[in-house]
Design a protein around this ligand. Structure first.
Ligand code: ZN
Length: 476
């Protein structure tokens, strides 16, 4: 809309301390405009930029994001993990917020719009500042006021926790995997301290809803060996960063990045030990049975999954935290049971599917560019596959040159093509030509920029499908 001579985003307009501030389109870019009423001082709000007559044109810098978050609390992350239903929307590219906002304006769940692991930062060449600022600006622009979170995802070190918390991230997902022992057998398990014997053996733990758990000595010995150090690590990090409440952030315990599924007994033990150590956490992510491979539906025994999620959900309710489900992109066949067994109380994370939807836009809009990227992805696949557990069969992907342009978007229904594009995102974005310029990145971003609306609508449909199957009601 035209507002005082600016091409303003209507929903962004705010009045603060005698000034009007809003987001406007200026020369093809979004920018913050601050206009002072008579007698007010536009500079007093703290934005920096170019002087206007009675105002400031403030570019979307980190410094201005800091000011924005201070002035307008809805543009800062908050502790939405504490809500019954929360949903992580990892946006690796920093272009999905518009679509994600539309989704969560419609559904009875709370979004974590900013969610990245350090690995994702490295692969996309982004920073946590950028990840957070991008969302703050989008939330401001769209006037989204329901609340959203920022997740320092899969953090493992003191340095990384400090980094995310220092910026105001509203949750930390502590990745305990480096402290979880693997290949533990009865033969190599450590001897069992008497305190654990007294606490757990010869007892029946009735945790409600007809579920009771019993430990035998051999099993307990293995469990203590596998998780003992991880529990100590989580307790240390909690005491160091979160116990005193200086940071307004929630704690998620992640024990999912292991090769073996978390059994109900293991889950109970980890939760019980953390709680007895005084650790307060909002969510815990077990490793579920079957396979949660990237960007495709669940693989495994559905009946077994349903049986186990039932018990995991009872344990979580017993201790009063939420289950967190990682790698939730496109796990459509298990969403109904997750929604049902958790009683609609959960956190689900997605990331890669948002990137795949973005590549779907490329396939439809610029077939030639899509073919180039696809062929490069094929050549880079073996490199990327070192970092992911996938069972991709490249021979099942039709040659892109044999497909008509109109058939390219259909590749997103091919699981092998999905995984090919999914796991090669970092290599695709970072590929440089001999002159040192990005081979694809700039062209891709230009395309997405020009088709912002199309991408937003695709995300509304696709993430909406996730929420529908999880049983989340529509509110708008
Ligand atoms: Zn995980």
């Amino acid at each position: 809309m035209d507002y005082k001579g600016f091409d303003a985003y209507e929903r962004s307009i705010e009045k603060i301390e005698g000034c009007t501030i809003f987001m406007a389109r200026d020369d093809g870019r979004d920018t913050i405009i601050v206009l002072a009423d008579d007698g007010a001082d536009a500079g007093a709000l703290g934005f920096t930029g170019y002087a206007l007559k009675q105002g400031i044109k403030a570019p979307l810098t980190h410094e201005n994001a800091l000011v924005l978050r201070k002035l307008l609390p809805h543009t800062a992350p908050s502790q939405v993990l504490r809500k019954d239903r929360s949903f992580g929307c990892g946006d690796r590219l920093g272009i999905a917020a518009l679509g994600h906002i539309r989704v969560f304006e419609k559904y009875d769940a709370y979004p974590v719009f900013a969610q990245q692991s350090i690995r994702e930062l490295n692969l996309t060449g982004r920073t946590y500042e950028d990840v957070l600022d991008t969302v703050s600006f989008a939330v401001f622009r769209e006037g989204y006021r329901k609340g959203w979170g920022a997740d320092g995802d899969h953090l493992k070190t003191v340095k990384d926790l400090e980094y995310a918390l220092g910026l105001g991230f509203s949750m930390i997902t502590l990745d305990c995997s480096d402290h979880i022992k693997t290949n533990v057998t009865a033969a190599n398990a450590k001897s069992l301290p008497q305190a654990y014997k007294d606490k757990y053996l010869g007892k029946q733990f009735d945790i409600g809803e007809g579920v009771s758990l019993c430990f035998d000595e051999e099993e307990l010995k293995k469990i203590v060996t596998i998780y003992g150090e991880a529990i100590g690590f989580a307790a240390d990090m909690y005491k160091r960063f979160l116990k005193d409440g200086v940071y307004k952030a929630d704690f998620e315990i992640s024990i999912d990045e292991t090769s073996e599924p978390t059994t109900p007994l293991q889950h109970y033990f980890v939760a019980r030990e953390l709680i007895d150590a005084g650790v307060s956490f909002i969510t815990l992510a077990p490793r579920f049975c079957g396979e949660f491979q990237k960007g495709i539906d669940y693989r495994g025994d559905l009946a077994q999954f349903e049986k186990e999620i039932k018990v995991h959900a009872v344990i979580a309710r017993h201790f009063k935290y939420k289950l967190s489900i990682h790698s939730g992109s496109d796990k459509f066949s298990v969403f109904p049971s997750i929604g049902r067994e958790t009683g609609g109380v959960f956190h689900v994370k997605t990331a890669g599917t948002n990137w795949l939807e973005a590549m779907g836009i490329v396939a439809a809009a610029d077939p030639a560019l899509y073919r180039e990227v696809h062929k490069y992805a094929l050549s880079a696949f073996s490199e990327a596959a070192k970092y992911y557990h996938v069972t991709t069969d490249l021979s099942k992907i039709p040659a892109v040159d044999s497909l008509k342009d109109s058939e390219l978007p259909g590749l997103s229904a091919n699981n092998d093509a999905r995984q090919l594009i999914h796991i090669t995102y970092g290599l695709i974005l970072n590929k440089k030509d001999p002159s040192g310029a990005y081979e694809f990145k700039d062209r891709l971003y230009k395309l997405w920029h020009d088709r912002e609306e199309l991408y937003a609508e695709a995300l509304l449909t696709h993430i909406g499908k996730h929420l529908d199957l999880l049983g989340v009601q529509k509110t708008g």
